[in-house]
Design a binder for this molecule. Structure first.
Ligand SMILES: [Zn+2]
Length: 306
């Protein structure tokens, strides 16, 4: 019917407010509470408040995974990928003689390669980048001596071995590792770690790093062997996987614990197949990171430099 009045609004029981009234009331009660809480937070411990001087800006609420301290927090590691893919195009520069503290030696070398032409410099760079990622994930600060010229501003060859040592010294590294693969006779297999011998000359003094470097080398050999299953070199170090040398500028000029890791023999077909394999490189990187972690967390490392 056309003359029917609109239906009456549903009756509200006396004394009860509508939904809008209830929201308004709740807001009136909440505003002072929130305001008071905010003021308290500002004054007694919130950001920029007087109680915040000791707070760690990176602290996260406990319970989240990032709140846990990482095992290499505060540690600095220098990774030195042996040689440089660009060295082959800069023969004149890398043959330049540089001061090794006592006598001179060429700035750098091209390194070896596998029978298939996989360059040692490509291998050391790939491995260093893998190790870098692992160490960073454990909280370490990692300095890569070079990135193969891939990054803007990066060197296109070298750097010279004296510069490589200097980078570790200036970073005040807790540990430095120079990564290599050997060019030994084709019938020999295995990895080895080169430790600095005691050298004291006009410009080199390794006395303070010999002992900590030996510990670093042992941990590295152990971690590397466990992760890769590789055997210590048959052709050097009497099967111990450790060799001490006094003729390497990169070690003699180091003021921080430093070793070389020769991951295998590129001239041996079976070692070369492993060194060229990304899956094997992944295991090798884990072994290097494990060895470094063991060295840096087993007590002595912190006192080595101090
Ligand atoms: Zn090398």
């Amino acid at each position: 019917m056309s003359n029917t009045l609109p239906p009456p609004l549903p009756d509200r029981p006396p004394g009860r407010r509508g939904p809008r009234g209830a929201v308004l009331l709740a807001l009136c009660a909440l505003v002072p509470l929130v305001l008071f809480g905010w003021l308290g937070w500002r004054v007694w411990g919130g950001d920029d408040g007087p109680g915040t001087a000791q707070r760690d800006p990176d602290a996260r609420p406990s319970g989240s995974p990032s709140a846990q301290e990482k095992e290499l927090d505060g540690r600095t590691v220098v990774l030195d990928p042996g040689h440089h893919p660009g060295n082959r195009d800069h023969a004149r520069e890398i043959n330049r003689q540089v001061d090794m503290g006592e006598g001179k030696k060429e700035c750098d070398t091209t390194g070896t390669e596998t029978e298939d032409g996989y360059a040692e410099a490509e291998f050391t760079l790939a491995l260093a980048q893998r190790v870098e990622r692992l160490l960073v994930s454990k909280g370490a600060e990692v300095v890569l001596v070079h990135s193969g010229g891939e990054k803007r501003g990066d060197v296109e060859w070298g750097p010279c071995v004296d510069e490589r040592a200097r980078i570790g010294n200036e970073a005040r590294a807790d540990a430095a590792v120079s990564l290599h693969a050997d060019g030994a006779p084709a019938d020999a297999r295995g990895f080895h770690v080169i430790l600095p011998g005691k050298v004291r000359t006009r410009g080199a003094d390794t006395r303070a790093i010999v002992a900590p470097s030996a510990r670093l080398g042992r941990e590295l050999a152990s971690g590397f062997r466990a992760a890769t299953g590789a055997r210590p070199a048959e052709y050097i170090g009497d099967g111990s996987g450790l060799d001490t040398r006094k003729d390497l500028g990169g070690l003699n000029l180091s003021r921080v614990p430093k070793v070389f890791l020769e991951c295998g023999n590129m001239r041996n077909a079976r070692d070369a197949a492993q060194l060229s394999s990304p899956a094997w490189q992944k295991r090798a990187a884990a072994g290097v990171a494990d060895g470094l972690t063991a060295y840096l967390t087993h007590g002595n490392a912190a006192g080595d430099r101090r």
